[in-house]
Design a protein around this ligand. Structure first.
Ligand SMILES: NC(=O)c1ccc[n+]([C@@H]2O[C@H](COP(=O)([O-])OP(=O)(O)OC[C@H]3O[C@@H](n4cnc5c(N)ncnc54)[C@H](OP(=O)(O)O)[C@@H]3O)[C@@H](O)[C@H]2O)c1
Length: 240
């Protein structure tokens, strides 16, 4: 059974990805800062295949140990889904420096370090998949999301160059860029703003966490073995 690490597994998109990958027959190690009832319920249904690890990615010092621990307990890693992220918004001029640093640590430094250590298993087996969860905000603008946007754009650059580096070992690296989905991260947009995003999209709807989880599942599959270094946008056409 192939082992996949999913970060930010406790809720939202990460939880939907865990559900989908368990259905697909993978073993999943889900990492987040806290447990949720929904994650626990999923674990009760998948006692042998879903593992929970508590870790705060604002601490980037112990990521090597984290990966070492996972491989020791669960075996080599086939896939890494860098999904955990913070979505702090704020006008740059008044945003606290500590918030800016936290966004960069959790959204950029942590996924880069996780990939560095998790890809060692993949390099040894000459197979593997790295999927970075980006955002349409990496390529479009949104008032109040400049730092978040910078972190997501940086993941796309990381994806492209790393795909070149790891391709020799038959490891693929891609970004999935969701549009707005209803999760805890977009609670602040509920109501009029989300309604207008929905109305203006060609399909007249928002992408769901299940839509994005399906794309992640595809990128992990054999059918996607020749897709690397790219970004797949799942946004009901909002950026078309
Ligand atoms: N929602 C959207 O509209 C949207 C749009 C485009 C892209 N995205 C991207 O999709 C991904 C998932 O977002 P979401 O909407 O599902 O957000 P969410 O509901 O806020 O979930 C975020 C997940 O990341 C975990 N997390 C946050 N900070 C962490 C930290 N310091 N250490 C460890 N885990 C941490 C959270 O768990 P704990 O709080 O328990 O740690 C949670 O499981 C993110 O990369 C986000 O940027 C979302």
């Amino acid at each position: 059974m192939k082992l996949i690490i999913v970060t930010g597994a406790s809720k939202g998109l990460g939880l939907a990805i865990c559900k989908k990958l368990l259905k697909d027959g993978y073993k999943v190690a889900g990492i987040s800062r806290s447990q949720t009832n929904d994650f626990e319920a999923l674990q009760n249904q998948n006692t042998d295949t879903l593992f929970s690890i508590e870790y705060d990615f604002s601490n980037t010092q112990d990521i090597q140990n984290l990966v070492r621990q996972i491989t020791k307990e669960h075996g080599s890693i086939y896939g890494l889904i860098n999904n955990a992220a913070l979505g702090h918004d704020g006008v740059l001029g008044t945003m606290h420096e500590s918030q800016i640093r936290e966004l960069i640590s959790v959204n950029v430094e942590a996924p880069i370090l996780l990939t560095k250590y998790a890809s060692r298993s993949m390099l040894m087996k000459l197979e593997g998949r790295v999927i970075n969860i980006g955002s349409i905000i990496a390529t479009t603008g949104f008032n109040g999301l400049s730092v978040y946007g910078a972190t997501k754009a940086s993941l796309s650059g990381f994806t492209r160059s790393l795909a070149r580096e790891l391709g020799k070992a038959k490891i693929t690296v891609n970004t999935v860029a969701p549009g707005y989905m209803k999760t805890a991260m977009t609670e602040g947009l509920e109501g009029k703003k989300l309604e207008s995003i929905k109305r203006r999209s060609p399909l007249g709807q928002l992408a769901t966490v299940e839509d994005v989880a399906g794309t992640v599942s595809y990128l992990l599959s054999e059918d996607a073995k020749n897709i690397t270094g790219t970004t797949i946008t799942v946004d009901a056409g909002s950026t078309a």
